[in-house]
Design a protein around this ligand. Sequence first.
Ligand code: ADP
Ligand code: ASP
Ligand code: MG
Length: 436
Amino acid sequence: MKKVVKFGGSSLASSAQFKKVGAIIRADVNRRFVVPSAPGKRFREDVKVTDMLYHCYSVAEQDGDFTEELKNIRARYDEIISGLGLDFSLDEEFAVIEQNFRDKIGTDYAASRGEYLNGKIMSGYLGFEFVDAAEIVRFDEDGVFDSEKTNSLVSDRLAGCECAVIPGFYGSMPDGSIKTFSRGGSDITGAIIARGVRAGIYENWTDVSGFLLTDPRIVKNPVSINTITYRELRELSYMGASVLHDASIFPVRKAGIPINIRNTNKPEDPGTMIVKTTGAKSKYTITGIAGRKGFVAITVEKDMMNSEVGFGRKVLEAFEQYGISFEHMPSGIDTLSVFVEQSAFEPKEQEVIAAINRMAQPDVITIDTDLSLIAVVGRGMRDARGTAGRVFTSLANARVNVRMIDQGSDEENIIIGVKDEDFEPAVRAIYDEFVR
Ligand code: ADP
Ligand code: ASP
Ligand code: MG
């Protein structure tokens, strides 16, 4: 059984971390395809190499002197190389990078070098072939990831490879220039490679022992989840459970390849299995809680709204015209609220409101800012009576004012809107209700 293994930034932040990764790969001959991220944080206040690169390139773009910035980046890699005792120099690579920065060839190129260089080192360390992601991961003219083209390039290129290292996070455009996925995108590369080589499993190695029931930065030591479905995971990762990029589900779901989230610092822990379907019951009715801050609710009121054909469409069209996608749209008889991301809405606020007035002619429009959305997700909720009731009782007891509720039609999730300042207390209250 072929295994694709992706290692996140903290798993590759130093030579000491690289050694753990080496031991994990060597412990299983099936771990043949390795997808590294760029070196991440070694400690809390540390800076990820990806962020160092963005910064360094912004200096270069303004014709500033970026010698110092580039030197600091180089130092991160040199520590890894010397700590591993490799006979390996990045002189040539850095000369090319420096020239390309001077030529201002692009922010995405700059950011991608974090993974590229780590891939080079990893390949030397393991004795695996280096395959540049730019060769096999492709985007179309509009910058949209081209999944089918990529899949055939990946499977052709890697068919004859015994073992290979493919850097995460980036690919190339039809003109050959480098393009990255959004932040955290190495998870997507891992999933793409897993699909392309028809892996039996995609192991995603990080710094936690699997998917936790909620964010460990909000609840101390949350329990971890043994098994979760792609659907539940996508919902949770989209809503802010940042352990796995939400777009990394698609390639593996298509191929039915399970994902196993594992901890590089505790390789003996079994981690979390992410699967298509499972008969395994979740222990706590809910599988997970996740959420994000920074939403706005635009509430539109109009008498007899419900009987006006096309009213909802007209309201949504106003958002569409300005390229703003909506997250949720709960409605009453005479009211309808649209939840959108504050950062996308704010710059276009007045234009959107004018468009709603023009197209839908409502009686009143109100804007409610600084809201959080919390998703309570679980395949077990469908069979458990009173789950919503338990959620709301726990919030009421914690004196959290609920601004919105929306239950998905698949009955696998409940979305709750609260004020940003109530976000953490709300997550803790729901967690305590179901787990403690
Ligand atoms: P990597 O660099 O390995 O890709 P990330 O930082 O992207 O790792 O993701 C792992 C982090 O995600 C954890 O350290 C944790 O702080 C955070 N996280 C947020 N929500 C969850 C969750 N529900 N379960 C596990 N980790 C979570
Ligand atoms: N290095 C990139 C980032 O920091 C991609 C990744 O880590 O997955 O976002
Ligand atoms: Mg990540």
